[in-house]
Design a protein around this ligand. Sequence first.
Ligand code: ARG
Ligand code: ZN
Length: 514
Amino acid sequence: MSVLAAGMTLAACAGSSAPIVIDAEPAVTAPEHDSDASSTDATTDTTGSTGAPTSPPTTAAPAGDAIDPGSLSRSLSAGDPRFPGLGSSDIDVEHYDVALTYDPAANALDGTVRIALTTTADTDRLAFDADSLGVIEAVVDGSSRPFLAADRELLINLPQPVVAGTELEVEIIYRAQLDVDRRFADEAGIFVTAGGFWSVNEPDGTSTWMPVNDHPTDKATYTFAVTVPDPAVAVANGALVGSGEASPGTTTWTWQQTEPMASYLTLLLVGDYELIDAGTTAGGVELRHAAIAGTAASAATYSDITIEQIDFFETLFGPYPFDRYGVAITDSTPGLAMETQGLSLFSSADLDGSTGGLQHLLLAHELAHQWFGDAVSPGTWDDIWLNEGFATYAQWLWLAEAGFATVEDLANDALTTLADSGGPVGQPDDLFGTVSYDGGAVVLHALRTTVGDEAFFAGLQAWVVEHLDSSATTDELRAVFERVSGLDLEPFFEEWVFSEARPNRFPGPAASTG
Ligand code: ARG
Ligand code: ZN
């Protein structure tokens, strides 16, 4: 199994992946609550637990406040058509303060997550994605609250209903049990290794190790304080702001991500990592790498390519959107790479010190995601081509720049080899299949030949500027390109993005409609 298809393409788990679709039904049933205002702080009764058989014990406290079941469905979802169970549209999280202690003997992470949020609807409860987490306590604004942790959701009763716009401070104490035997196939989350673990969290893996509003429409800043046994190093997104002894034989590594980030872009690594300060680019981007034992020398090699790629992409897409970038070279699955924000994840089997087409391709692809996917994230998971199609097209642009191929050849090859199956680009059967990657890149090439180079690159830059630190949909992309080109692009999007049968040749320049 490789996530690298033959040739200059990148598609995750080619051939082996089933579409990732979660049941349309919310994973929890509404708990029955007595209207007994005097027992609102009880948190020990487990009789209401409906935890999945495989879950660690969950603690439910069906006490206290009566909840109107009619108000439930909304808080349990961000409304994503592909993952109706993910996220909550009732909250807007500003910051997650994540404290984790890794216990390798027990294969567990003990966590305390403090969440600063604002409600976006009138509500009497909060819902977080918490996939099989053993929740121990939930505290809202300093007082312990009744909660229900079941399967993939954590519901917390508020002391009284609150209106939209209410700021709340939530603290959740829990234990995440890691499955040592789990190997990456297509499911996201944490993967245990000899010296620690790595993770890939797209699209819904973060909720397997912390309670989170797990949908790209709710970006937030993060602090990760991860305590690990010496001599292991813990790596996460953002700037390393400290490391110090927690207790004899353990060290806490604290990372601060001050730029808004979608939850699927979290990076969490534990192992024998060397942290490398590779200076600052001419444009002011700090280069900081993390290299697993034995790979520090190759990180330096990839620094040089990365600097050239940042310069090149900045001329095409506008300024690099974050303060820092780096490569995390891990003992993860060969062929898999991930655009974790500000520090992309690669396998040491791929970034092995050589500098061939594969290395150029992977480095360009994950770097380009920082603009397309990270700075601007998909509004729904059906919009995945806005990530993968764009990163693939950027990868083609770099491969041409570096002399490996021409964009025209890559685009023509992709167009002729794309099967008629796999669903429309705008609603692919497989989130990480060829339709999202090559199919999406083919759409961009067709858009370029339709609107012309000038409008095409102006549109890409406007897209990033207008939706920076946010998320956006395919319709919003169309609006940007209609504005910069002056064309009605509805027929183009119908034909190339939303229809099952793609055209088999690239269009010529469109006649302007004025
Ligand atoms: N976004 C990653 C990449 O293209 C692929 C992630 C695949 N994730 C997964 N769960 N299959 O670069
Ligand atoms: Zn990608």
